[in-house]
Design a protein around this ligand. Structure first.
Ligand SMILES: Cc1ncc(COP(=O)(O)O)c(C=O)c1O
Length: 432
């Protein structure tokens, strides 16, 4: 750890003091031989677990045949096969095409280029609480300023931020339905107050906000977004980089609503930890940029593609998605028990499927975020052998993104640790 600190800048965050040696399934072993249960899953990347046998075998086979060629130079089977699979599996009863990139931010940025090229418009609508990445354009689209953007401006222009409904933080006395209706009316208002719809190329929405604190977008609000987009010739892009690939119990998070987006961005669990991202969308939209306008040296690397083929095959299976639902139900039940045990501290338990957070507050009525308690809790679970990480606009949520291959015994053992750590935090630190 000392060598890391000496050799790499502090800006490169390090959420735990663990120096890892190896990992398999949900278990991680550090360089001192300590074993941990991983409830962070490489920030939602390891739906199929650490070093899954099929992925490892595919990588070994591919490494011996072809490591790099560059898809700009020539075509190889796994590159085409991943695109075909994603076209088949993405929502929408229309012809689709896929462009492969390396990171989530690159996929989002590429989707911006495609939507501008297709619509001949410049405006991009994003939401409060959104996280879309750290390139200059995606940083402009990302919301949380202090952690991600401070000191890095100026940011790319033509990004318009609309309010996002977070029912937990609705005004006191307002019903949930009333709050969602109010937010639906705010969409029309924002298309007057922020930008005219005729100027907007695309709306980027996370069906469940990830970094923002696992806030699910209400279905009625998403439907109104789709209506407005269609009415004004705006493309709707579902950013599923964190929420997609089985995490919510469906292959795509947007599948929980009836909304069909024009494009989807995916990454993280797509390739079991290999750097691969994709934009999947309507063929006519995807074909808008000129030949040579998209791609990069490493995009659609053969190793990443074979890993993705194995991961997609496993994740898209009904029994895998069912298991994600079961993990989510069990996890939610246990988190709600923790809320009952510490009603003053655990303000909210929310999310979709197995993508769940617990939000810590100083007071359940005023809902003042308590980030110090959150930092203390993640540190306490790590000390007891369970890896957890934070999330949320206020950095006061513990997010649970376990490998979806986790066993019930591992999950319960890890959650028993979270309960014990929560007891410690409640005893040891005070909101005052
Ligand atoms: C919704 C969403 N979009 C984009 C990104 C950026 O992905 P990457 O870190 O791979 O660039 C993330 C990463 O957490 C994300 O959650």
């Amino acid at each position: 750890m000392a060598r890391r600190e000496a050799a790499t800048p502090q800006g490169n965050a390090k959420l735990t003091p663990i120096a890892i040696e190896s990992a398999h399934g949900s278990l991680v072993v550090d360089v001192d031989g300590n074993q941990y249960i991983d409830l962070a899953g490489g920030i939602g990347v390891l739906a199929v677990g650490h070093t899954p046998d099929r992925v490892v075998a595919a990588l070994q086979g591919q490494a011996a045949r072809l490591i790099h060629m560059c898809a700009i130079v020539s075509t190889y089977e796994p590159f085409v096969a991943v695109a075909e699979q994603l076209n088949r599996l993405a929502p929408g009863d229309f012809r689709k095409k896929t462009v492969l990139m390396n990171t989530g931010a690159e996929a989002v940025e590429t989707a911006v280029h495609i939507s501008r090229s297709f619509s001949k418009r410049q405006g991009i609508v994003v939401f409060e609480g959104a996280y879309h990445g750290r390139t200059n354009l995606t940083m402009a689209m990302t919301s949380k300023f202090n952690l991600f953007k401070k000191g890095f401006g100026p940011f790319a222009p033509e990004v318009y931020r609309f309010p996002f409904p977070n029912v937990y933080r609705r005004p006191p006395g307002m019903s949930e339905d009333g709050y969602v209706d109010w937010h639906i009316s705010l969409l029309d208002h924002s298309f007057m107050a922020q930008v005219d719809p005729s100027h907007v190329a695309a709306i980027f929405v996370e069906p469940v906000q990830g970094e923002g604190g696992f806030v699910p977008a209400p279905t009625a609000w998403l439907q109104r977004l789709r209506e407005l987009a269609s009415q004004h010739g705006i493309l709707l892009v579902s950013d599923e980089i964190q929420a997609g690939m089985g995490r919510t119990g469906r292959l795509w998070a947007i599948d929980h609503s009836t909304v069909v987006p024009d494009m989807i961005t995916t990454a993280k669990s797509l390739a079991a930890g290999m750097p691969l991202s994709a934009v999947v969308g309507r063929a006519e939209v995807m074909d808008a940029p000129h030949p040579g306008g998209l791609g990069g040296t490493y995009s659609g690397n053969p190793l990443a593609c074979v890993a993705a083929l194995e991961a997609i095959d496993q994740i898209a299976a009904p029994e895998f998605l069912q298991r994600s639902v079961e993990i989510g139900e069990h996890l939610r039940g246990r988190l709600l028990e923790m809320q009952q045990r510490h009603p003053g501290l655990v303000g909210d338990v929310r999310g979709l499927g197995s993508m769940l957070v617990m939000e810590l507050v100083k007071d359940p009525v005023t809902k003042v975020p308590w980030m110090e308690a959150t930092a203390a809790l993640t540190a306490a679970t790590v000390k007891r052998g369970v890896i957890t990480i934070r999330a949320g606009l206020f950095s006061n949520c513990i997010r649970f993104l376990p490998p979806l291959t986790i066993t019930n015994a591992e999950l319960d053992e890890a959650l028993d640790v979270v309960v014990a750590a929560l007891d410690d935090v409640a005893k040891e630190i005070s909101p005052h």
